[in-house]
Ligand binder design. Sequence first.
Ligand code: ZN
Length: 710
Amino acid sequence: MSTVILAEKPSQARSYAAAFAKSQRGDGFISVSDPLLPADTVITYGFGHLVKMALPDQYDASLKRWSLKKLPIFPDQYIYVVPRDKKKQFGIVTGLLKQADTIVIATDSDREGENIAWSIMREGHIDLQHKRLYRLWINSLEKSAIREGFQNLRPGGNYYFRYKEAQTRQISDWLVGMNASPLFTLLLRGQGAKGVYSIGRVQTPTLYLVYLRDMAIANFKPEDYWLLQAECWSGRKKFIAKLSPDHKFKSPAELEEFLLKNQLDFDKRKGIVSDLKREKKSVSSPRLFSLSSLQTEANRLFHASASQVLNAVQSLYESKFLSYPRTDCNFITLNEYGYLAQNLGRYASLLADPAAFQPQMPLAPNKRYVDSSKVHEHHAIIMTKTTPSAAQRAKMAPLEGKIYDLVLRRTLESFMKPYFYEKTTASIKVNDLLFKASGNVTLDLGWKTLESQVKDSELPPLEQGQELTVKLKEKQEQTKPPAKYTEGTLIAAMKTAGKDLSEEDQVILKDVEGIGTEATRASIIDVLKKRGYLESKQNKLSVTPTGIILCKAAESEPLLVSAEMTAKWEKALKQVGDQERSQDNFLSQIKRFIQKMLAEVPGKMQIDQNLAAQVSEKKAQEASLGTCPVCKTGQISDKGKFYGCSNYKGGCRFTLPKKFAGKTMGKRIVKTLINKGKTDKLDGFISKKTGRKYSAKLKLNGDKLELLFD
Ligand SMILES: [Zn+2]
């Protein structure tokens, strides 16, 4: 009779073992002993998932070949398999679990961790009726946290529905992917597109968010507008005041007409300070970090991708320096607050300038950051009790060091005073028109002491009733398109299902439903990049031509692309975890959705001219060897007997031969020629007169091909 602790992966098992008095490594497990533990305890581990869902052809070999006739694929029973490279460990783990009388689930403290453990127990046919089952739930991998966790093990059965939730998510993703990907791929191939088009329950609406943004930018037509401003002089000091209420004039003529109506022009004149308001304002430090807000901030500051940030935080968690990373919570409990408060000096010593940290005295927990009622599974990402030594900090990967520093400052700032400033608003009357100017002056930097420089915008000293010299002027502006998504802003958009909400709004508004989970968003973006639907250039995301085709096709099923609907599904999935909805109920809704898609999409796609045009445009692009060097608009491609320009109908007669001076002109040579204007030295030209071979460079002179000899 024994106790078996089931960890998610070997590194986690080693962290647990290191927290106990004695440990000895075995094959696929670690024996441990400690006064905290019953005699005969072992830690064993998965390699992440040891069990995965089988592919359709493992249900029915004929499903290996995709066919519309074979859809939908709705198995009565889902088959799970153990991949070959994990079979040995699966045998070891299930062997140990069978013998155990007590099992401690110690996989990651989240839904996916639950799924990993319960899937192994299910496929291993572990008879849980006759075993005691516990759950280890921790927020950090430090020795003290692990020991505390083992002293306070929770009943394992309490988490069963978290596993059901994760499993429902997994099956739903399987059903959508296994049915929608063949459907769309086959239909698109019917339209002439090549390759595989992969559809995902969360992946596709995420891609579509970027697509909508790209479209909004492409369709954006900038418009000029004019503003009326007043240049004001108080003595020799100048400042700008804006018309109040502000108005955008469509043309300079409209602005001048407005001036005329108010008996004004652009000459110098007098203005009066009609009102002067001084207000003391304050700004609290930002909320503590959840994973997504950390991903957004680290992308903004360091241009790191969402998965790079997740990997860095995970590594800092495994090094025991940061708390559990995959959290969507911005709060800590009094517990964490207590130990942070007692060790502020130690944490501050890690700052570049430790003296810059001045806590607000007397210390007291602030509800903005410390609220036990808002911490459900994991608290915000903060530093653990273990602080890195100078040598350990130097050894951190560059991004890890930056992220540790970011979390350190954000956490310490929550112990500092707000930033206080005085805002001065001056109203200036010019005839009957009112202009307003404002300036900010810092009173107390507060938490901003740990941030970069704050720029004040000071107004010159003014008095009520003061007379100023004023010159009105017009300022031309242009409306701006929305900004491209970055991985940081896309993560934020996924969290709000595309709604434009600040982090502050998200915390305050209840029931903001997002798409994906805190743990999966980074990998969803990665998959979209890997499949070539999304590309990131200079930290800006765009949908690729293949991704555009996918989006245009998927549009024929609005449910498939709607972030809002996906967010509602996410909410329904959480209800499975809270026992407010059954797995069957959720899966039957997914199946109804798939049935509807299979019934409606083929007809809609057939009549979609827009999609057909996109497919042929992409084909032309793929066939293209480059832009025509003569007309600069057509694309050069292989026309069979020669290379020619697609702008033939538009009058461009540029062609290149397939053979020149006895040498075959391959696509690579043509590509170099039209893109660079000339080639390197090439062998294989044949003299007509002598029949001898010679080498030369090829050069394009306008539309004429020439040989170049050095
Ligand atoms: Zn041309």
